[in-house]
Design a protein around this ligand. Structure first.
Ligand SMILES: Nc1ncnc2c1ncn2[C@@H]1O[C@H](COP(=O)(O)OP(=O)(O)O)[C@@H](O)[C@H]1O
Ligand SMILES: [Mg+2]
Length: 451
């Protein structure tokens, strides 16, 4: 259980390295030199734009994309940009081929879970709520049942107002706690879910009474709600097929009742079948929408023949995400066979791939990318620091240059500077080597041991 949490954290960080990418930065299909956080790589971005159109028109079924290019040329960045272009809540799931083999879970199960994490289900729900601006709020406190020295909320009296309606409610302990937890006060516009008592605070009302306006700058200003207080509202939340699998698999298990954790590592096929059927029914009833996302598999040459044939079959499936593969390997053996093939990918799969290549960046492009990343991470660079980093980006790798930003900033701060200088970058370079250097070091060390 702890392990899976670690994996998730790492995944989050990896996405973090691309947080400046907001889209492909295209205009009428043409790549703008710098846009949406993207710099250069013009042909690849335009090709990616074509993929986005094909996905929208449903023409990617049974096909996948391969991004081929040297390390640090923006393959992952491009894949995340494609997901962003497809829509705000379109899932983007990223795995590295070697992860498929790491866990004690079957490799096809890992791939299947990854596929289902890349398919979103947008669920629409109409709920009855009470909406209004709070004109009166009185929390009633009582004694804690087990600790007589402590007071706890046992209920609340609350008055809500709209332009045409005003009503008082006596709410129970659960709602009172919600009100406290959300930091709700007089003059706020809130929703109370009629069934669950969940409270949503929208912000301070522009028509809040004078004495309740002290925090008006701090929270969003909301107009006075219109119409009756009791109304129906549509809520939309997006979950993934995998979330639904887990919820469904968990139900009724003694383990989860006792510990609340997830014990099952593999999800039985029946569960997935039932989830699929339920989702299809929801879609038919107009309550849900399926939104295929992007499954990005990095270092795909490390997959073996069985994993490839699983992918090939899955691509044909009814509920399949857009699959984007990436590699920096040329001709190599398909794992698990003696067959040599481009990128180590079996020929029948290669036939179904649209291949996009990425090329190395010029010094100017590296400079622009570093400037964007520095702004994203809140790092201020002196001109000389930027020059050193550009050199690193061109001579070593862009990724290494990007990674040096934070440590350089830490080093600058230690010396009492708020802006990073060339000295700080040089220091960071000494403390943190790039992959080539660390490999060379270990190789040398191994040779010494052999002697
Ligand atoms: N064209 C680009 N525009 C903006 N940022 C980029 C671009 N290409 C790469 N980056 C950024 O540079 C870093 C390294 O690129 P990455 O996508 O990890 O390369 P790859 O996946 O090919 O190894 C990442 O932080 C990435 O977001
Ligand atoms: Mg990458």
């Amino acid at each position: 259980m702890v392990l899976s949490r670690v994996v998730e954290v790492r995944r989050f960080e990896r996405v973090g390295a691309h947080s400046h990418i907001k889209g492909l930065g295209l205009k009428d299909g043409k790549a703008l030199p710098i846009a949406a956080g993207m710099v250069g790589q013009v042909e690849a971005r335009e090709a990616a734009g074509v993929i986005v159109s094909m996905v929208r028109e449903g023409k990617m079924a049974g096909r996948a994309v391969l991004l081929a290019g040297p390390p640090g040329t923006g393959k992952t960045a491009l894949a995340s940009a494609i997901a962003k272009e497809l829509g705000e809540d379109v899932p983007f799931m990223m795995i590295t081929a070697s992860e498929v083999y790491s866990a004690e879970v079957k490799k096809t199960e890992v791939l299947m879970q990854a596929m289902r994490k890349a398919i979103g289900v947008r669920i629409k729900e109409v709920r009855k709520i009470y909406e209004g601006m709070i004109t009166e709020l009185e929390i009633k406190a009582g004694r804690h049942p087990y600790n007589p020295y402590q007071q706890i909320p046992i209920g609340a009296k609350i008055k809500l107002k709209t332009n045409v309606d005003e009503r008082s409610f006596n709410v129970d302990e659960a709602v009172a706690q919600e009100l406290i937890a959300r930091g709700v006060s007089k003059g706020d516009v809130i929703w109370i879910d009629a069934e669950t008592g969940r409270v949503t605070k929208l912000g301070k009302c522009i028509e809040a009474p004078a004495e309740a306006r002290y925090d008006i700058e701090a929270s969003p200003r909301i107009p006075l709600p219109q119409g009756p207080i009791a109304k129906e509202r549509e809520f939309v939340h997006t979950v993934t097929l995998h979330d639904l699998d887990e919820m469904h698999a968990r139900r009724g298990s003694v383990f989860t009742l006792l510990f609340g954790g997830r014990e099952e590592r593999e999800i039985p096929p029946e569960v997935r079948q039932e989830v699929d059927e339920t989702v299809k029914r929801w879609v038919d009833e107009g309550r849900a929408e399926v939104i295929p996302g992007v499954l990005f598999i990095d270092e795909v040459s490390a997959l073996d023949i069985e994993a490839f044939s699983f992918l090939g079959r899955a691509m044909e499936g009814e509920l399949a995400p857009v699959i984007i593969l990436a590699t920096n390997r040329g001709v190599t053996k398909v794992r698990g066979t003696d067959i040599v093939s481009p990128h180590g990918i079996p020929l029948d799969l290669l036939d179904r791939l649209l291949i996009i290549t990425t090329r190395e960046y010029t010094a100017d492009e590296v400079k622009e990318i570093l400037k964007i990343r520095a702004a994203e991470e809140g790092v201020d660079l002196e001109e000389d620091a930027l020059s050193v980093l550009i050199k690193v980006g061109v001579e070593n790798s862009l990724r290494y240059a990007v990674q040096l930003l934070s440590p350089s900033f830490e080093i600058a701060k230690r010396s009492g500077r708020s802006k990073v200088t060339a000295v700080d970058v040089e220091q960071a370079k000494k403390l943190f080597v790039d992959v080539k250097q660390s490999m060379a070091y270990l190789k040398e060390y191994e040779e010494k041991l052999l002697r």
